[in-house]
Design a protein around this ligand. Structure first.
Ligand code: ZN
Length: 128
């Protein structure tokens, strides 16, 4: 296994980690197979989505916020970041990717994103 760290700047943002994951796969020396990318956190997630138009990511953040507002009278979690926990589970904490000839196979428009929901923090990403 290998890992890399991702600093985030604001409470909610998607960080494109495609290049770091590609480098991690190269460091592992994996030629053909599959790789798991995992975040050991409860308030950030991972997803695959469009990397061409940045409006897609801002639309996703806005829609997630509409679905899961930061403040709700019924949240019980005393830390005050229940929305971040819910959004993290909506995105999921891992990705399973195909590797061919040492490269992860992605569609033309796809990128890999770390989804920060309770930043700014430094997040760790495991790759195996
Ligand atoms: Zn919490």
């Amino acid at each position: 296994m290998t890992f890399f760290d991702v600093p985030t700047r604001v409470r909610e943002q998607f960080v494109n980690i495609t290049a770091q994951v590609r480098q991690a796969v190269q460091a592992l020396g994996l030629r053909d197979g599959a790789v798991t990318v995992f975040v050991p956190h409860t308030t950030c997630g991972l997803t695959v989505n469009e990397n061409a138009d940045p409006a897609v990511i801002s639309d996703m953040l806005q829609q997630l916020d509409a679905m899961v507002p930061w403040r709700q009278p019924f949240y019980e979690h005393a830390e005050g970041n229940s929305a971040a926990h819910v959004k993290a589970s909506l995105m999921g904490c891992s990705l399973h990717l195909i590797v061919t000839c040492g490269r992860i196979d992605l569609g033309v428009w796809q990128g890999l994103y770390l989804c920060e929901f309770d930043g700014p923090r430094t997040r760790r990403v495991w790759v195996q």
